[in-house]
Write a protein that binds this ligand. Structure first.
Ligand code: PLP
Length: 384
């Protein structure tokens, strides 16, 4: 088979499965709104849970930062790209979350790849939740360590895997709030099992940080759990981009030697760090936004129940409506778009086969009337 035939066959297969992915240019159009193809739509697909992605405080900090410090970091943090702003912001994050150290990464995907690659060696064992994010599983598949997956959120299933002997080290990985299902991991139970077996725990709290826990400190804070490795990302509630690992002094120093995504990649631009610093200040003060988001979630779930719409069991800002069939999920997303709501259809391989869904996300930027509008549109468009 030639390159051309291989690529053609893969695309054809995706097409036949109604799983071909396409991107559509969109622009933000005011908090909670998006513009696509000249149409302004209510946006129920973003991870901008607190409405910070368009916050002018962040924009001003980014703008001022670029004027003062330039556009790019100019090199890896190991060369000339480690700006004092980064050092200060890392210290601020560490203090906020009660860890000795924080290390910035340019994205959550890069952080997960780097951490798994640096931690895991041949003979080790990586135990990941079945629904762990692609960035974790991708890294795990590339790793020489053995990968086993435990049933979603089932500590008994994790216990069974932990009971098997392993000559090397064990790392258990889960998410705080799951990106596609919106439910929370039983972190305390998983931590007890992991530590009883002498393992370490890594939690990716991309969807919990800023949103849950006292002052937005995330799922681990909320559940009083302190994993050895905590990953937070800044593309969601922080309204920006980038990620950080929270860890011990030794782990941070170890990562600086062995995390190749840190060593061989240009550091985060200082102006972006200015915006992140402003985002952290905003998040610390965002109790009313978190309350509004919580109210929006309650409002949506009770409206969905009244209309007989079956949502997955989630109390987070991620409210999936299971459809099952790929084509049906796409058609429903299309009908909603015609009705003025942007909701993404998520299909395999992002989610398990047969579980295509609408991934509805709510934000503090939504008004109750926007949510009523979506509920009416869902009621009218969804064949149940
Ligand atoms: C759970 C989880 N981890 C990691 C990532 C990747 O983060 P980033 O978008 O910063 O690369 C995502 C985002 O899509 C996510 O949902």
């Amino acid at each position: 088979m030639s390159w051309q035939q291989r690529i053609g066959a893969a695309l054809e297969q995706r097409q036949q499965q109604q799983a071909l992915r396409r991107r559509q240019p969109t622009t933000a159009s005011g908090p909670g709104w998006i513009e696509a193809d000249g149409q302004r739509l209510r946006n129920f697909s973003a991870n901008d849970y607190l409405g910070l992605a368009q916050d002018t405080r962040l924009a001003a900090a980014w703008h001022d930062g670029a004027l003062r410090y330039g556009n790019g970091a100019g090199g890896s943090a190991h060369v000339t790209g480690y700006h004092p702003l980064q050092q200060r912001f890392e210290a601020r994050l560490a203090e906020w979350l009660g860890y000795p150290r924080a290390l910035l990464f340019i994205s959550g995907f890069a952080a997960n790849q780097a951490i798994v690659a640096a931690m895991m060696a041949k003979g080790d064992r990586l135990l990941a939740d079945k629904l762990a994010h692609a960035s974790i599983l991708e890294a795990a598949h590339l790793s020489p360590a053995e990968l086993r997956r435990f049933s979603h959120n089932q500590s008994a299933s994790l216990d069974r895997l932990l009971a098997k002997p392993c000559a090397g080290e064990t790392l258990v990985i889960t998410e705080g709030i799951f990106s596609m299902d919106g439910d929370s991991a039983p972190l305390a139970e998983l931590a007890v099992s992991t530590h009883a077996a002498g393992g370490w725990m890594m939690v990716d709290d991309a969807h919990g940080i800023g949103v849950v826990g006292e002052g937005g400190r995330g799922s681990c804070w909320q559940q009083q759990v302190k994993p050895e490795l905590l990953v937070i990302t800044f593309g969601k509630a922080f309204g920006c981009g980038g990620a950080a690992l929270l860890c011990s002094e030794d782990v941070a120093d170890y990562m600086l030697q062995f995390a190749r995504h840190l060593i061989y990649s240009t550091a985060m631009p200082p102006a972006q760090i200015c915006a992140l610093d402003a985002a952290l200040s905003a998040i610390k003060l965002a109790d009313s936004e978190r309350q509004r988001l919580h109210d929006n979630i309650q409002h949506f779930r009770s409206g969905a129940a009244e209309r007989g719409l079956s949502l997955l069991d989630s109390s987070s800002a991620i409210q999936p409506l299971l459809v099952g069939d790929n084509a049906a999920a796409l058609a429903l997303a299309q009908r909603l778009r015609q009705a003025g709501c942007w909701v993404s259809a998520i299909r395999p391989p992002t989610v398990p086969p047969g579980s295509a869904r609408l991934r509805i996300t709510l934000s503090a930027a939504h008004q109750p009337a926007d949510i009523d509008y979506l509920l009416e549109a869902l009621d009218a468009s969804h064949d149940r």
